[in-house]
Every structure is written in C-alpha cells, then in structure tokens.
Design a protein around this ligand. Structure first.
Ligand SMILES: Nc1ncnc2c1ncn2[C@@H]1O[C@H](COP(=O)(O)OP(=O)(O)OP(=O)(O)O)[C@@H](O)[C@H]1O
Length: 261
C-alpha cells in the first residue's frame, strides 16, 4: 500500500507554503512548496534545469539571502524552531551545505579545512578538541585512513572525490541536524561518485540528508523519498520507489521516462 508521504512523523524540517522570487514582483522561482522532510533519511529533489531545486535547497539554510533582492514568503521549521527567526550563524551550524564543485579553502591544510567553520565563527578550540573533531569528521567520511599522514598538507592536494569528502567532513564538523547537498557528484568520476553515494547512505544513519540531483538513477539508488519539481512547483513528493514505479502526475512520469529534462 502506498503510504501518504505527507504524513511524515516528527519531521526534522517542515517547509510550509514557501514561495521565493529573486525580485519583488518578479516570477516565482519556488511556488507554494509545502513538504515535511523525514529524519535520518535521504530526500532527493529532482526536476529539469531551472525548476527551482537549488533555490529551494538554499532557502533551507537561508543561503539564498545572499541575493540582495530576494523575496521569501512562507515558513521553514527546523525541529519546531522557525528558521527565519534564528541567527544565520546558529542556523548554518545546524544545517550544513555541500556544493557541486568541491571547494576546500585552498590556502588551508586538510585539518584546518575540517574545522574551518569554527575558525570563521571565531570559536577557539583546545588542541585536543581540534584533533578530536578533525579525526571524527574525517572518519565519518571514510577519509581518515587516506589522509592521516598528510593532515597538514593543503586540501587542494587531494583528488576531486577526496576533496568532496573533505567538504562533507567540513559540513559534519558541527554535528548538524541536516546536510544539504547540491549536485555533489556532478563534477566527479563514476568511482568517486560511487564512494560519495555509499558515504551518504552510511551518513543517513545519523543525519538527515537533502540532495539535489539531476541524476535520476542516483536518486533511485540512494534516496528514501523524492520530490519532483517543475517550474517552481512541487509536483509530486513520495517514497522514491513509489515515485519511480507509480508516478501520479503525468509531468513526473514524463520526466522519469526521459520525455523532457
Ligand atoms: N540569481 C538569480 N537571479 C535571478 N533569477 C534566478 C537566479 N538564480 C536562479 N534564478 C531563476 O530561478 C529559477 C530557479 O532556478 P534554480 O537555479 O533554483 O533551478 P534549478 O532547478 O536548481 O536549476 P539547475 O538544475 O539548472 O541548477 C530559474 O528560472 C532561474 O532562472
């Protein structure tokens, strides 16, 4: 039986009637999206280019506010706390983000990249705390054994896939409630992609993951729930298996069967 996905119990995130335009009076990039996100699971956001995936993702930790004229309506609750009432510093500790291209800070060592969030927030750590966070975060992304002898080398010395895992480690260093990833494997080769996918499946035991992906087979392989967006609207939201085997909206079916995209 197909359980109604809108009945996510105790959601970590609850997005309520969210609409976003890049300019006052301009067209909406995200229109009236309401969605509850399941805890300790991977939720994929799919849809063709320009449908609002990245805008929706960035709104979750308010990165979209970097655009000066952006207009946001609606509400996002993180564990029953209004995201738009929190300081962005606190919010971004609770909701980490990983981007399409691995972006370690080029002048920093591997170790310093992991704890960059603390440094940027002016939080001083004892040497032992630093070491603990660096090791735990790198172990969490299965990078520790590969880099333990080169922690003081620059992060950019690593391969693309290792750099992306380093960026995930940097997002994990604050033990966030949610990790947002925007097409995290699109710049990686298939082997590095598979490692990141395996890692995300491992991480969902302890973290809630929201993943924007163009890659339908990636969504099918690793996500528990999936959203399909089209022209700013959330057309369909369901368990991934159900969506792929029994899409309810003809637009979802058209996208999943490659009729457009
Ligand atoms: N900085 C911006 N200023 C104005 N409009 C923007 C800006 N960024 C995105 N948009 C518009 O908002 C809409 C949604 O874009 P968004 O990047 O969120 O979509 P997307 O689904 O993530 O696309 P892609 O898969 O190509 O990254 C599009 O119509 C886009 O043109």
């Amino acid at each position: 039986m197909n359980e109604n996905i809108t009945e996510v119990k105790n959601p970590v995130l609850s997005i309520q009637d969210l609409s976003i335009a890049y300019d006052k009076g301009g067209k909406y990039a995200v229109k009236n999206v309401s969605v509850d996100v399941k805890r300790d699971a991977i939720t994929a956001i799919m849809g063709p280019s320009g449908c609002g995936k990245s805008t929706l993702l960035r709104a979750i930790n308010r990165m979209h506010e970097l655009y000066p004229n952006i207009v946001t309506e609606g509400k996002i609750m993180l564990n029953d706390e209004d995201v738009y009432g929190m300081s962005t510093i606190k919010l971004r500790r609770k909701i980490g983000m990983v981007f399409q291209r691995p972006n370690p800070f080029p002048t920093m060592s591997i170790a310093d990249n992991v704890i960059a969030g603390y440094k940027l927030n002016g939080i001083r750590l004892k040497k032992s705390e630093k070491e603990e966070i660096v090791e735990t975060s790198l172990r969490d992304v299965a990078l520790w054994d590969e880099v333990r002898e080169s922690l003081f080398k620059k992060g950019t010395f690593l391969s693309g896939g290792q750099q992306q895992r380093l960026c995930i480690a940097r997002a994990l260093a604050f033990k966030p409630d949610v990790i947002l990833l925007d097409e995290p494997t699109s710049a990686l080769d298939p082997v590095a992609t598979a490692r990141v996918e395996d890692l995300l499946v491992e991480l969902k035991k302890n973290y809630t993951i929201v993943l924007v992906t163009h890659n339908m087979s990636q969504a099918a392989r690793i996500s528990d729930n999936a959203m399909f967006m089209y022209l700013g609207e959330l057309v369909e939201y369901d368990k991934t298996k159900t969506m792929f085997t029994n899409p309810k909206d003809p637009r979802t079916e058209g996208y999943l069967t490659g009729k457009f995209g």
